[in-house]
Design a protein. Structure first.
Length: 72
């Protein structure tokens, strides 16, 4: 997964990809490159969440959409 591809992915797709890499790493070991790709995907998710403004400091847990809970 190269940087250009990561930047073109939706938040949902990017998060799912990072989650799959995490599951693989947890169950068996994975190579260093795959692990690095997972970390890059999560960093991009964090940037996208911030830019999209999915969460704000004045929100309570009841204000957060259930669709966005997985990104916490």
């Amino acid at each position: 997964m190269d940087e250009l591809k990561i930047k073109e992915m939706s938040l949902h797709a990017l998060f799912d990809q990072a989650r799959k890499i995490h599951l693989l790493a947890s169950k068996s070991g994975i190579d260093h490159e795959s692990l690095r790709n997972g970390c890059e995907a999560l960093q991009q998710c964090e940037e996208m969440i911030s830019k999209l403004g999915l969460f704000s400091l004045n929100e309570t847990k009841d204000d957060i959409s259930t669709i966005n809970l997985k990104y916490l």
